[in-house]
Design a protein around this ligand. Structure first.
Ligand code: ATP
Ligand code: MG
Length: 139
């Protein structure tokens, strides 16, 4: 990955509510191409590793429980300036602060159950994409 790719997850809350299609439509309308995608479920160890940066935070246990409670969609997305543009498309972590027209404004219900993940740097996009699709990017 070199500045034009990011990694996303459609989180368990959004999958449970049947929002996979709506969110993928917003991603496509936002100009992103899907490079790799799968429906999967995180184990507790996966979620602890994925969000290890937050392990000292008070919400870490709740975050791991949430992210493992049902299926997610994991995907690598491509677009010029992908990381920054995708963070703009998803909106603020807390949907109360998310701008109109963002995925979290439309689909998130709380700061914890906020529908989607987006990588926060090119470096993390590469690490997170490899975590889910190591050596298996096809296109
Ligand atoms: P993500 O990394 O999932 O894209 P983000 O970068 O917007 O989200 P982070 O600060 O990295 O936000 O937090 C990671 C995730 O942890 C959030 O998306 C949310 O699901 C959860 N989280 C963050 N803050 C809180 C909180 N105060 N209470 C409960 N859960 C939280
Ligand atoms: Mg984050």
């Amino acid at each position: 990955m070199s500045g034009n790719r990011t990694f996303t997850m459609i989180k368990p809350d959004a999958v449970e509510k049947g929002h996979i299609g709506g969110i993928l439509n917003m991603i496509a309308e936002g100009g992103f191409r899907i490079v790799s995608m799968k429906l999967t479920q995180l184990t507790v160890a996966d979620a602890q590793q994925f969000y290890a940066i937050h392990k000292e935070r008070p919400f870490f246990g709740e975050l791991v429980e949430f992210m493992t409670r049902g299926p997610i969609v994991a995907a690598i997305l491509e677009k010029e300036n992908a990381v920054e543009d995708f963070r703009t498309l998803i909106g603020a972590t807390n949907p109360a602060d998310a701008a109109e027209g963002t995925i979290r404004k439309k689909y998130a219900t709380s700061i914890g159950e906020n529908a989607v993940h987006g990588s926060d740097s090119d470096e993390n996009a590469a690490i997170e994409g490899a975590f889910h699709f190591a050596g298996r990017e096809q296109f």
